[in-house]
Design a protein around this ligand. Structure first.
Ligand code: NAD
Length: 400
């Protein structure tokens, strides 16, 4: 037992602390949405066992919560989070899962977590062993890893992903998150090694290795489906995102979906990439220009009542594309499009107009930067309504 007053220590797109009660409250809110939005078939016997790789924050957490609380599936998650130690708080993802486990245990639902390096052979084997021991066959595998590094499981090599343009240097608007100022970011183009490393970390290779390990281990159900997440986004972000190193990795992920789809369709299942909306997560906050874009996008989408966070997106993914008996609808390239509302012409033309105009002086008028910052603080359990931040709280929480 160790009670502490936990204060925010946010540095740009990094938070050094996380508040256990704030994270718990966020999870409870997401669970409510997951339950409310679950469509027909929820609780039926179609979605029995689900694996989520990257289950502790962002899109992966939302996927685990929808599976467990929306569809009554037995869910196994894999993540890389830091538990508390002595007087040091745990990471936000750890506190998120502590609350999800507590709620699941209270309601007699099955949620399990393996906290370890998803890129390693050992963690893949642990997952297979656990599923076998439980006699579980997976209906759905959600691959939602976002990582800056990947240790090659077969050598000493460490690959690092970089967020850089390809071919030419990029100069474009961005927010200096520490000072709240609109600045010009300048990023030199990636070299060939950086491009290849980013594809190794964020491309489809590890997703394919997961599906192979699960198939070889005999823990994929007949008709199993798998989904991974990608992003396209607006023209203004293309140089750094879609046409940059991360975009190259996403092309590889999307090509992997086509290969996996062919393999899994034999049993009536399949593999898809879902193109999701821009949402505030640890991963997206680190991409130059994206926080500025999101600050504008959210302002526009909130005004027209179409704004969604990760849980609304994923609840829609399950309800409209992955629920038992539902066939995913896709674009002509075979991708699920959850970014349909973000990419509407009306939304994008308004964002482009504001993008061209925005300066530090007009930041508050043309964007919801304050709202963006609040979302970012909330990722770590701060600025959450109803939490007494002056009260000491238990920092040691377990994944019961
Ligand atoms: P996130 O940072 O919130 O979550 C990343 C997850 O990966 C966490 O659960 C973390 O614990 C886990 N993880 C990282 N390294 C790991 C490792 N080595 N072993 C085990 N677990 C590890 O990220 P996110 O934004 O939810 O991104 C998830 C996916 O969604 C990514 O593919 C991302 O490109 C995609 N996506 C994100 C957005 C967005 O705006 N955030 C939009 C579209 C698509």
């Amino acid at each position: 037992m160790s009670e502490e007053v936990v204060r925010p220590r946010i540095r740009g797109f990094i938070s050094l602390t996380a508040h256990p009660d704030g994270c718990a409250a966020n999870v409870r809110k997401q669970v409510e949405v997951a339950r409310a939005m679950a469509g027909e078939g929820a609780g039926g016997d179609g979605l029995r066992h689900v694996l989520v790789v990257g289950s502790s924050t962002g899109y992966g957490l939302a996927s685990a919560l929808c599976a467990t609380f929306g569809y009554g599936a037995e869910t196994l998650g894999v993540c890389l989070e830091r538990p508390s130690e002595d007087d040091k708080v745990a990471s936000a993802g750890w506190y998120n899962l502590a609350e999800a486990h507590r709620l699941a245990a209270d309601e007699g639902r099955a949620l399990h977590t393996i906290n370890g390096d998803a890129f390693s052979h050992e963690v893949k084997q642990q997952v297979v062993d656990l599923l076998r021991a439980r006699g579980a066959q997976l209906d759905l595998v959600v691959y939602s890893l976002a990582s800056p590094v990947r240790q090659d499981p077969d050598s000493e090599t460490t690959w690092r992903s970089v967020l850089k343009p390809i071919g030419e240097a990029y100069t474009g608007k961005s927010i200096d998150l520490r000072r709240g100022q609109v600045v010009d970011a300048h990023i030199d183009p990636a070299d060939a090694d950086e491009i290849a490393s980013t594809v190794r970390v964020m491309g489809g290779e590890d997703w394919r290795l997961w599906i192979k390990a699960l198939r070889d281990g005999g823990v994929l159900a007949e008709g199993a489906r798998t989904v991974a997440f990608s992003y396209i986004g607006p023209e203004v972000s293309h140089a750094i995102y879609r046409h940059g190193t991360i975009g190259r990795a996403k092309e590889d992920l999307e090509a992997s979906a086509a290969g996996l789809r062919a393999e899994l369709s034999a049993g009536g299942g399949g593999a898809w990439v879902s193109i999701n909306k821009a949402v505030v997560t640890q991963a997206s906050a680190a991409i130059p220009g994206v926080p500025l874009y999101m600050s504008m996008l959210f302002d526009v989408m909130k005004a027209e009542g179409t704004h969604e966070g990760p849980i609304e997106q994923i609840a829609r993914l399950y309800r409209d594309h992955l629920a038992p008996g539902v066939a995913p609808s896709t674009d002509e390239e075979g991708r699920i499009r959850l970014d349909d509302l973000e990419m509407r012409d009306e939304v994008q033309s308004e964002v482009s107009r504001r993008w061209a105009e925005v300066t530090t002086e007009s930041l508050d008028d043309l964007t919801d930067f304050a709202g963006y910052q609040r979302y970012f603080e909330q990722l770590f359990g701060f600025s959450v309504d109803g939490i007494d931040y002056d009260a000491p709280t238990e920092i040691h929480r377990t994944l019961a």
